[in-house]
Design a protein around this ligand. Structure first.
Ligand code: ATP
Length: 233
């Protein structure tokens, strides 16, 4: 079943355009990865899908409902959750408290503190630690766990690996694989091409706000993706 659809999205900041005519669809249990150089428009697209930034034109359809005019909190209540770049935890709260904050506008579903800990075992030993005392990888795990607590059906993840050690990234991706198996649709933005090729069902390359290449990891070579990434034809 199609969970999320974008139709001809255009968005920008003032007079400058960040994304142009982006369309996509995401099915249950599917993982779609967006790659592209800095400034390609990936974060803007995620923010438009999440309702954190309004498009100039185009629409966002979630489970057959047009949600284009709904703000982020309203979309979150329907089941769309964004894990933003930079993680944005509450530094003065513990890990457990940060997770519970994520359950604010909670829908019913399988996710609670216990199931989040099963999916993200690295959080177990640090549940009562203050968020200001976490490593980058731990912060990212809390940010993902916090999103899961709202029981989303679509998870939007911006730059999961940014600044993290490869061993920590491996662990987070194992967790995401488990999360995807529960039927969530996942859209992620990732700089690491090898990892993207390893996990994604579909890869979409963006350049200067446009989609320039799209396919399954089986259809695309590393070289094709790199060329699209840097705008070589
Ligand atoms: P990055 O990996 O650097 O986050 P990105 O592919 O996610 O890059 P965006 O962050 O979406 O790209 O940026 C797309 C374009 O929009 C860039 O030209 C950027 O400078 C511009 N932009 C992004 N955020 C803002 C903002 N808040 N105000 C003005 N321009 C912005």
């Amino acid at each position: 079943m199609t969970l999320l659809e974008a139709r001809s999205l255009v968005a920008g900041y003032g007079d400058s355009r960040a994304i142009s005519d982006i369309s996509l669809s995401l099915d249950e249990g599917e993982l779609v990865a967006f790659v592209g150089a800095n400034g390609a428009g990936k974060s803007t697209l995620l923010r438009v899908l999440a309702g954190a930034h309004s498009p100039t034109s185009g629409s966002v359809i979630y489970k057959d409902q047009d949600v284009t005019r709904l703000r982020d909190f309203a979309r979150n209540r329907l089941g769309i959750s964004l894990v933003p770049e930079g993680r944005r935890l509450f530094a003065s709260l513990t890990v457990r408290e940060n997770l519970i904050v994520g359950a604010g506008s909670r829908r019913s579903g399988p996710w609670n503190v216990e199931t989040v800990l099963d999916a993200l075992p690295m959080l177990g030993p640090i549940l009562n630690r203050n968020a200001s005392r976490l490593s980058g990888g731990q912060q990212q795990a809390v940010a993902i766990g916090r999103s899961l607590m709202s029981n989303p059906e679509v998870l939007l993840l911006d730059e999961v690996s940014l600044g993290l050690a490869p061993i920590v990234i491996d662990e987070l991706y194992v967790s995401l694989e488990g999360v995807r198996k529960t039927g969530l649709g996942i859209i992620l933005v990732e700089q690491d091409l090898s990892r993207t090729i390893a996990v994604a069902d579909r890869i979409i390359c963006m350049l200067e706000g446009h989609v320039v290449l799209e396919g399954t990891p089986g259809q695309l070579t590393h070289e094709q993706i790199t060329d699209a990434y840097f705008g070589h034809s």
